[in-house]
Design a protein around this ligand. Sequence first.
Ligand code: GDP
Length: 298
Amino acid sequence: SARIDQGIEGLVAEAPAAAVADEARRLVDDAMLEELEEVLIAADMGVETATRVTANIGDALQGRRLSTRELKEALAREVTRIMDPVARPLPIYPKKPQVVLVVGVNGSGKTTTIGKLASQFKAAGKSVVVAAGDTFRAAAVEQLQVWGQRAGVPVLTAPEGSDPASLAFDAMVRAEADGADLLLIDTAGRLQNRQDLMEELAKIVRVIRKKDETAPHNTLLVLDATTGQNALLQVEIFRKIADVSGLVMTKLDGTARGGVLVALADKFGLPIHAIGLGEQIDDLAPFDPQEFARALCG
Ligand code: GDP
């Protein structure tokens, strides 16, 4: 995805004979707004959101001459306005165990995120149990066990190919018996067979509800920021197969600056509970809209 800061710099620099003092300025007119919209679309913000953001900037600033800095600030304000309402940490319920179902396509960072979450909650004094619900991938189970060791929390597993719903049930029993505060359940992410996945997740939910009809208390969708616009599609698909309550956006440490997050927030309004900033156990941070807007807009 293209970078917004560079796009804005280009757009102001090419202002026709608009240099005031030693700083280039660009008149906010229809042509400029159209170019701005292109910059935002190229940065993964999506057409609808880019159009709306551009229109807001036009409403506020049409006819003025802006420097690069002023334009970046105006954009950052718009982005912050969209992102503020979705920046919410994972809600903690008094119910024990709080059940968090973690969904997402393979490779999005589910296992890693579960490890990081387990570690954070443990550090905050909560007792955590993890269930390795992707029973079809032995590697995923092993990886989750490694994360469990790092975080110092038990990881419940089941034989390869066994029913994830029955593992989820066992995990509920174990978490209740242990008086655990939190149960994190990993799930499979094979979108190739959507119908199977839907049935599998529905069965996990059914079985969990036999133990606690209010569970799962959260269904976290983990998305990889580097997939750009594809993340929008993944939200649409997963909202059909699971009752997604919030998002975790991973890999925001890479080159992806996450323009797609703005599109996601604008389109779906789902809370962003945390962002992944690396592969280590501490690389999970709360989502900070202002910091994000500054990083995105330069
Ligand atoms: P899963 O298949 O959804 O369980 O995905 P994994 O948790 O196995 O993650 C897939 C890959 O992405 C692994 O190599 C992780 O180390 C990496 N990964 C996960 N989260 C992040 C992140 O926030 N930043 C970076 N740079 N890599 C991440």
